[in-house]
Design a protein around this ligand. Structure first.
Ligand code: HPA
Length: 267
C-alpha cells in the first residue's frame, strides 16, 4: 500500500523531495508560498487515509520552497478520526519513499505552561507520548527502521539550533517546550491539565507524536512547532472551542510561514 501510494504520487509529482512539511490545524496557509505546486488529493491515492478534521484540506502539495524540493501535507490524519495508527503514519512512510529525510511538523496546541500566551509559537524540544499506543506496535518492517528505534534526539538538536538562530534574526519570539500528545478528541479536563503540568508538559495536543515516532523510525530528522491556540482547560474560565483553534492558527500562520521559509533554505 505504501509503495503503491508513493508510486502514484511520483507518477504525478516526481520524487527526490528533500523536505516534508505537515501543516497542522489552521496552518494550511504554510503551503501558499510553494512554487510550481502540484496538488495530489489524498482521496485519489488508493489506500490512503483522508483528512476529516476541520481546517485540514487533505492533499499533498509538492513543489519548490526557497530553492528546496519539498512535499507538504495540507492537512494531516489524526488517530481520533478512527484510522489505525498504521494509516495515521502512512503519509510519513510515503514521504520517506519519495526521498524525504527532513520533516517539519506543525500543530495547534493548548498552552499548559503558565508563561505561554495565545499566539506564541513553541519550538518542540521533546514530546511525551500519552496516547497509550505506539504506531510501531506489530511486525517491524526493517526496510523502514529497527525494532527499537532510539528517541533520544527525536527533535534534531541541529535543527533546533538553526530555528533559534533564524528566529532571532527575524525577531520572532520562540518558546521552547515539551509537547504532550493525547488521542483526543475530547479536550482535557482541568485536573488532567494540572497533572500534565507536573509531568513536565508545556503544551498539549491531539497529533504529532505518532508521526514523529514513525519519522525517527525511518531515519528522518524532525523539527516541530506548536501554535499555542488557547490556554489549556481550566487555566481561564472559558470553555475550549474548535473555532478558536482555527482562528488562532490563521493569526500565526504567516509568521510561521516566513520562519519555515527561511529554515527550509538552511536545512
Ligand atoms: N488540547 C488538545 N488539543 C488542542 C488544544 C487543547 O487545548 N488546543 C489545540 N489543540
Amino acid at each position: 500500500m505504501i509503495k503503491k501510494a508513493a508510486e502514484y504520487v511520483k507518477s504525478i509529482a516526481g520524487d527526490g523531495f528533500e523536505i516534508g512539511i505537515i501543516c497542522g490545524s489552521g496552518l494550511g496557509e504554510l503551503c501558499d508560498k510553494i512554487e510550481n505546486p502540484v496538488y495530489i488529493d489524498y482521496k485519489d491515492i488508493t489506500g490512503f487515509p483522508v483528512s476529516t478534521a476541520p481546517g485540514h484540506v487533505g492533499r499533498f502539495v509538492a513543489g519548490i520552497l526557497n530553492g528546496k524540493k519539498l512535499i507538504a501535507m495540507q492537512g494531516r490524519i489524526h488517530y481520533y478520526e478512527g484510522y489505525s495508527l498504521n494509516e495515521v503514519v502512512m503519509p510519513i512512510r510515503v514521504m520517506k519513499l519519495l526521498g524525504v529525510n527532513s520533516l517539519i511538523v506543525t500543530n495547534a496546541a493548548g498552552g499548559i505552561n503558565e508563561d505561554y500566551m495565545v499566539g506564541d509559537i513553541m519550538l518542540i524540544c521533546d514530546h511525551i507520548n500519552f496516547t497509550g499506543v505506539n504506531c510501531l506496535i506489530g511486525k517491524n518492517d526493517l526496510t523502514f527502521g529497527p525494532r527499537f528505534p532510539d528517541m533520544t534526539y527525536a527533535y534534531a538538536p541541529e535543527y533546533i539550533e538553526i530555528a533559534d538562530k533564524i528566529a532571532d534574526e527575524m525577531n520572532i519570539k520562540l518558546q521552547h517546550g515539551i509537547y504532550m500528545g493525547l488521542s483526543g478528541p475530547s479536550y482535557e479536563t482541568p485536573a488532567e491539565i494540572h497533572a500534565f503540568r507536573s509531568l513536565g508538559a508545556d503544551a498539549v495536543g491531539m497529533s504529532t507524536v505518532q508521526e514523529v515516532i514513525a519519522a525517527n523510525h525511518c531515519g528522518m530528522k524532525v523539527l516541530g512547532f506548536s501554535n499555542i491556540a488557547n490556554k489549556a482547560a481550566g487555566m481561564t474560565k472559558e470553555r475550549l472551542s474548535e473555532e478558536e483553534v482555527i482562528i488562532a492558527g490563521q493569526k500565526v500562520a504567516s509568521t510561521l510561514q516566513k520562519l519555515i521559509f527561511r529554515i527550509v533554505g538552511e536545512i
